[in-house]
Design a protein around this ligand. Structure first.
Ligand SMILES: C[S@@+](CC[C@H](N)C(=O)[O-])C[C@H]1O[C@@H](n2cnc3c(N)ncnc32)[C@H](O)[C@@H]1O
Length: 335
């Protein structure tokens, strides 16, 4: 797997952008920069700003990272990140000067609400992160996407439309992105939105930070071998957090459980580790493994507590020794 220099799963939440760039300048964000034409145009147009590009495509990131190195562009950083993760975990409220989104969700269907970028929760996070007077620019070649976005943006009191119409079909002098050129060549009109953050209160979207590391210590008469044999893949959901326990692997003094933790703002594919405590015959610790770079989110707490409950349920003499797991209500059950 390609590992990028900057990845929202390994960066500090929130990120200190002044330290990262080495300068304190207004921040411009481009979401889904693709081939990077617009990103590098922003870098040239706003030398007095620091520019951040987000992508989920490895190929796009590698290309942009190579360009950055080759051309020694000082005011651009590219980050492997979903927009939802970056907006909720990396940026503080009122920290962004401009946000640009060019041609998101090309396979948009009106009913694919969960996966599309332009939706209420993400837009609320975005408005919260814009500073007063900050600007949001959106372009799409899908009429239904434009209509849906227009409704959403009109229902957003914290933003004022910079145009007299919901959108315009041309912006003279605008740099053309790769996707935009293809849309025009194939005869599709493009639709452009421009909004400005006003002084009305922003939606309250706090930065989601790391929680404490979840763990469970328990005793059970069962051996690691028996617990591994009893395991079957299962899924668990709480609210909009979904955890899948897909496999177990046996080490010398450990079991490693492969897990998928999907939360609205972050998806993690990682492992929980069950370790037999040194010197204590039947005492075990369940905690996050160190494979990949797991973050102690609400979903990881749910993963530890769910797997822990299952392990405890395997034997009537099993007993909790200590635990630190945070319930969804955020009441700390640890002691
Ligand atoms: C249709 S392409 C447009 C690329 C470029 N902006 C252009 O106009 O040529 C959409 C881009 O957004 C990226 N993308 C999709 N969902 C994303 C998300 N949730 N966060 C960040 N980038 C995303 C995709 O990898 C893809 O490169």
């Amino acid at each position: 797997m390609q590992t990028h220099k900057l990845d929202s799963l390994t960066m500090a939440w929130p990120t200190d952008w002044t330290a990262l760039f080495g300068t304190s300048r207004p921040l411009i964000l481009e979401i889904g920069f693709g081939q990077g034409t617009f990103l590098f145009h922003l870098a040239r147009k706003y030398p007095e700003a620091n520019i951040i590009g987000l992508e989920i495509s490895n190929q796009c990131l590698v290309k942009a990272e190579n360009t950055l190195q080759r051309e020694q562009v000082a005011n651009v950083r590219v980050i492997h990140s979903r927009a939802e993760t970056a907006l909720n975990h990396l940026f503080e409220p009122s920290s962004l000067w401009q946000v640009h989104i060019n041609f998101p969700d090309p396979w948009f269907k009106r009913n694919h609400a969960r996966r599309r970028l332009m939706q209420r929760d993400t837009l609320d996070a975005l408005v919260s992160r814009l500073q007063p007077g900050g600007e949001l620019y959106l372009a799409t070649d899908i009429l239904a996407y434009a209509e849906m976005s227009a409704e959403l943006l009109q229902d957003t009191p914290g933003l004022d439309n910079l145009f007299d119409t919901p959108w315009v079909d041309a912006i003279p002098g605008r740099v053309t992105t790769k996707y935009e050129a293809r849309a025009r060549a194939e005869g599709r009109d493009c639709h452009y939105f421009a909004y400005r953050r006003n002084n009305l209160p922003a939606p309250d979207v706090p930065v989601i930070k790391d929680l404490e590391m979840p763990h469970l210590v328990f005793t059970t008469p069962l051996s690691l071998e028996t617990m591994a044999q009893r395991f079957e893949p299962f899924k668990h959901s709480e609210g909009d957090i979904h955890v899948g326990f897909s496999a177990v692997f046996r080490g010398e003094h450990t079991l490693l459980f492969e897990i998928h933790v999907n939360e609205p703002t972050i998806n993690q594919h990682t492992a929980l580790l069950l370790t037999q405590r040194y010197g204590a015959e039947k005492t075990y610790t369940l905690q996050m493994g160190t494979f990949g770079h797991p973050r102690p989110t609400q979903g990881m707490h749910i993963a530890v507590s769910t797997l822990g409950n299952w392990l405890l349920s395997l034997h009537h003499e099993a007993q909790v020794v200590s635990q630190k797991v945070q319930a969804l209500s955020s009441a700390d059950q640890g002691h």
